[in-house]
Design a protein around this ligand. Structure first.
Ligand SMILES: Nc1ncnc2c1ncn2[C@@H]1O[C@H](COP(=O)(O)OP(=O)(O)O)[C@@H](O)[C@H]1O
Ligand SMILES: [Mg+2]
Length: 352
């Protein structure tokens, strides 16, 4: 019998657009012989709908304007429901759609940070990706690096501070420790939103203000001169690491514009690396995955410098369009996009 998969997309994060595109591709490529799908869209202001329209409407970000194709819906936290409650506005009645597995194709805030995962834990429905704890610590770049440093993994050095800190002391501490340029970033954000490469004190102060607009906690890091190397990992007890990929930003850094608008960056898979270096980074990626308690899948991002590889960050729901780095790296391992979705759904159901 076919299993019913709920694909959740959109959401309140700055990565709403990417999520809609990733989810449209997942919906189009999920194996129809094995799975039925229910599309659950969350608008930018947090309204939930079951969407009965086309993936093109998702990709073009107009799905939520198609009133006749939308039914108000929520994932029920009640384990007896094991699914989605839809509401019929006209007579106040409701229905329950049984769901076997959820694939939250959501990035960033309220999608990748443990909040959605907490709801899914309550619902009792198996879901793709990391659990609540691993999602939350992996979303927080400072927590990620503190845990990984403790586990003996080389990490990009950082200073962290919260909104109530003394900002002039923070600037002083940064100048004592690092020389310009430095990177200022919100602890919890993604897609380069709120990140500044500060070349002097004035830019640093501005960067701090900007980062605090996105989160109550920030990181300041030295500018790492090196290559950006990424590894795709999947698995539960026995994680598998792909070959290494490389991002060549072709701009000052891999910012939002480069990532999603201008398409200026090159995602090279596999990266041109000697075997020992590549294997070392793959081993580190698994170490990171285990240290953070990840399961399902994640993409682990490093800087490769003359002194070796340093962890930059981890993404527990990486970009998932067919041209995104994660599926590209898995394709190098001989796993096509459709089979990759099947694999992630099996892992959600407890496969090792
Ligand atoms: N310490 C650093 N040194 C050099 N470049 C950096 C540093 N931190 C971030 N970057 C650049 O900024 C980009 C985005 O930063 P990242 O920490 O990966 O945040 P995000 O979660 O938004 O992807 C990176 O891909 C890289 O190009
Ligand atoms: Mg990144």
């Amino acid at each position: 019998m076919k299993k019913t998969v709920a694909i959740i997309f959109g959401g309140e994060s700055s990565e709403y657009d990417v999520s809609c595109v990733s989810a449209a591709n997942v919906a189009e490529n999920i194996n129809p012989d094995l799975f039925e799908t229910v599309l659950v869209g969350i608008t930018k202001d947090g309204k939930w709908w079951v969407f009965n329209g086309s993936t093109d409407d998702m990709r073009n970000h107009i799905w939520d304007t198609k009133q006749s194709l939308l039914t108000p819906a929520v994932i029920s936290p009640c384990k007896a429901h094991h699914g989605i409650i839809t509401f019929d506005g006209a007579n106040g009645s409701f229905n329950i759609i049984h769901i076997d597995i959820v694939f939250p194709v959501l990035h960033g805030k309220n999608g990748e940070d443990g909040t959605m995962q907490g709801l899914l834990e309550l619902s009792g429905i198996p879901y793709v990706g990391c659990n609540t704890y691993a999602s939350a610590v992996s979303m927080d770049k400072a927590a990620t690096k503190t845990i990984c440093d403790e586990a003996g993994i080389p990490v990009v050095p950082f200073i962290t501070a919260t909104k109530n800190c003394n900002q002039s002391l923070l600037v002083q501490k940064c100048e004592d420790r690092y020389s310009y340029p430095v990177f200022v970033k919100p602890a919890n954000a993604g897609s380069s939103v709120g990140i500044t490469k500060a070349k002097n004190k004035q830019e640093l102060i501005k960067g701090i203000e900007l980062a605090f607009k996105h989160d109550s906690k920030l990181l300041i890091e030295p500018n790492i001169v090196g290559r950006e190397i990424e590894v795709a990992v999947y698995g539960n007890q026995k994680p598998f690491a792909s070959v290494c990929g490389e991002i060549v930003p072709n701009s000052d850094f891999y910012d939002y514009e480069t990532k999603y608008i201008s398409d200026a960056a090159d995602c090279i898979a596999p990266a041109s690396l000697d075997e020992a270096t590549a294997n070392n980074i793959r081993t580190l990626a698994i170490k990171v995955y285990n240290a953070l308690g990840c399961s399902g899948f994640s993409r682990v991002d490093f800087f490769l410098t003359e002194d070796g590889a340093y962890l930059n960050e981890i993404n527990t729901i990486p970009g998932f369009t067919p041209i995104s780095m994660y599926p590209k790296l898995m394709a190098c391992a001989g796993i096509n996009y459709s089979d990759l979705i099947t694999k992630l759904l099996s892992l959600a159901e407890g496969e090792e």
